[in-house]
Design a protein. Structure first.
Length: 607
């Protein structure tokens, strides 16, 4: 059978998962009467809630005698560890760009990786039916982007399709607004080369994705690079340096048919398959016939730029809401994550009760924490910190990000001012779609931690920010942190309206009446710069005297400010933590005892 392997790459929300849905429908992968969820490829709960793709997933469709293996890739830079490996499995890419928003930073990141591998893209301008579409300008932007990424002449001569993924049509005619996706299927078959691999050589296969199955154990997914593999064939695994790390048998082979993984008896060079039967081999290892001694070269992964401390929850409320609270359980879960997600690195602290988890960004680590929380874990999470490096002269370096902001004209002054305070440097400013201004900055990652919430407040929720790892550059010096102090509970008990009422004058409250509190828990933000210990549990003394007029003072509280997990992690300071349980997100001081806090503060000042 004819075979084509392609990846779909695009910026977040440009519609790639919706387009794949339509490709399924029009290729006959789904029966006409089959009930299928929208965005079928986003199968994980968090993906459905957030409307983003987190995990790369292969799938396959058949069209007129050709099997097309499609990989839907994540659009966020934080999940870029997935993207780089996936591109080594395919022979072509569809680059999807929004007809109004154009080429965005994430498009640049993944397209750069694809062009460097010599892949020839098909450009699809999606959402051409938008009222604010600017199709020709977007095409010019894509061409300029390719030139900036040093594309070859062959890559610059790219075919273009104009499509609406939601309405299920594509055409080579810019003005057409109806039809089917047949032109896209035809373009894939004509433009993407079939795998040019040697079927007669011994079997070899590079692992690009790793899954776990309760019955089959580790499931390794990738593309067969050479030869043929059959069920129960003896195989071994080689590491990067071609050392044999494990020998076994291919106990099960599975191929992708639509959204299903189907058992097959054999797989040939070019097929994207999943293989079970090995217990140690992982991502970037070579699985091959026992006669093969040379490992396949794997794409290097960009290093982590950010780390957080995951600790055992030691608050007075520990163990009340979660079922997984011990350091051993947390350690096993994090090691399992690091195994399947190569962009994450886990190191155990000396006290053995906490772990340093390094990743690509706040979103990636936030998704991991949210996933663990839903699995029943209780954790104490520290403020994110960037990972510094050193240049060849021994000078300190830090990670920088390209930050692209689309903002209404009236808010642009505030945004530029705030970004300057964070040591960001403006590199470009131009008008964008919908009357917005697009401003591009080069900013130290340190300064961007915790800014997103403030940015949304400053732009009245209308601003759009996209961030992308740029480089390691010179250290920019101290960056001012949070200006306000916090209100700290000085005891254990339940919050009382009578006590919270007067505290509203001191700042913004994070807790409401009746919530359980403990000593050292943060209950609000102080309007001043210093921390303030308060008693939010003081109840009204009951006496025999009635208030004049027959009614006692009634306290009317403003609803407390409730933070999401990401907001809480971004809000805390270095001496604070977020207590994460399956039911609650609480802010607290690292040292709950006020005397310990004073001692820690003195020793920090002395240092």
């Amino acid at each position: 059978m004819n075979l084509r392997n392609i990846a779909i790459i695009a910026h977040v929300d440009h519609g790639k998962t919706t387009l794949v849905d339509q490709l399924f429908r029009q290729s006959g992968t789904f029966r006409d009467n089959q009930r299928v969820e929208e965005r079928a490829m986003d199968s994980n709960d968090l993906e459905k809630e957030r409307g983003i793709t987190i995990l790369a997933k292969p799938t396959s469709i058949e069209w007129e005698g050709t099997r097309i293996n499609i990989v839907d890739t994540p659009g966020h830079a934080d999940f870029g560890g997935e993207v780089e490996r996936i591109l080594s499995m395919v022979d072509g890419v569809i680059l999807l760009v929004d007809a109004a928003e154009g080429a965005m930073p994430q498009t640049k990141f993944v397209t750069g990786k694809a062009l460097a591998l010599g892949l020839r893209p098909i450009v699809v301008v999606n959402k051409v039916d938008r009222s604010d579409a600017r199709i020709q300008e977007v095409l010019d932007e894509v061409f300029d982007l390719f030139v900036a990424l040093e594309a070859s002449d062959e890559q610059l001569d790219f075919p273009v399709l104009y499509a609406s993924g939601r309405n299920g049509y594509a055409s080579e005619d810019m003005d057409r607004r109806e039809g089917t996706l047949t032109p896209m299927f035809q373009k894939i078959v004509d433009h993407v080369p079939p795998p040019n691999l040697d079927e007669d050589a011994p079997f070899s296969f590079l692992v690009t994705l790793l899954d776990r199955d309760n019955f089959l154990g580790r499931i390794l997914t990738g593309r067969v690079q050479s030869g043929v593999v059959k069920v129960n064939q003896p195989i071994h695994a080689l590491d990067d340096d071609s050392n044999v790390i494990e020998t076994g048998r291919a106990s099960k082979l599975m191929s992708f048919r639509g959204l299903e993984r189907v058992p097959v008896e054999e797989a040939r060079a070019g097929d994207i398959i999943s293989l079970a039967g090995l217990a140690v081999a992982t991502v970037a290892h070579t699985i091959c016939d026992t006669s093969v001694t040379q490992a396949i070269h794997a794409q290097p992964i960009d290093p982590p730029t950010l780390s957080m401390r995951f600790a055992v929850n030691d608050s007075p409320m520990a163990g009340r809401e979660g079922s997984k609270v011990t350091s051993r359980m947390i350690r096993d879960r994090l090691m399992r994550e690091a195994e399947t997600n190569v962009a994450i690195k886990v190191t155990e602290a000396a006290d053995r009760d906490s772990f340093e988890v390094a990743g690509r960004g706040e979103l990636q680590l936030g998704v991991l924490i949210e996933t663990m929380r839903r699995e029943g874990f209780e954790l104490g999470i520290s403020r994110p910190r960037v990972l510094f490096g050193e240049d060849e002269n021994g000078k300190k370096t830090e990670p920088y990000e390209t930050v692209i902001i689309d903002v209404d004209e009236e808010h642009s002054g505030t945004v530029v001012e705030k970004m300057n305070l964070r040591k960001a440097e403006m590199t470009d400013m131009r008008p964008s779609t919908g009357g917005k201004t697009r401003i591009t900055f080069s900013a130290p990652s340190r300064g961007m931690i915790g800014y997103h919430g403030e940015f949304l407040s400053d732009t009245r929720g209308t601003g759009i920010m996209n961030r992308l790892f740029e480089k390691y550059g010179p250290h920019r010096g101290a960056i001012e942190g949070r200006k306000n102090g916090v209100l700290i509970s000085n005891g254990v008990g339940e919050a009382q309206s009578y006590a919270l009422g007067p505290l509203e004058d001191r700042g913004i409250l994070f807790v409401g009446h009746g919530e359980a509190l403990y000593e050292g828990m943060i209950i609000g933000e102080n309007a001043k710069t210093d921390d303030l210990e308060v008693n939010p549990m003081k109840a009204k003394q009951l006496t025999n005297f009635r208030a004049s007029g027959g009614k006692d003072d009634q306290v009317r509280l403003t609803p407390p400010k409730k933070m999401t997990l990401e907001q809480a992690i971004a809000y805390i300071d270095d001496d604070e933590m977020v207590e994460v349980t399956p039911k609650s997100i609480r802010l607290r001081k690292r040292h709950l005892d006020p005397n310990e806090r004073k001692r820690a503060s003195r020793s920090k000042q002395a240092a």
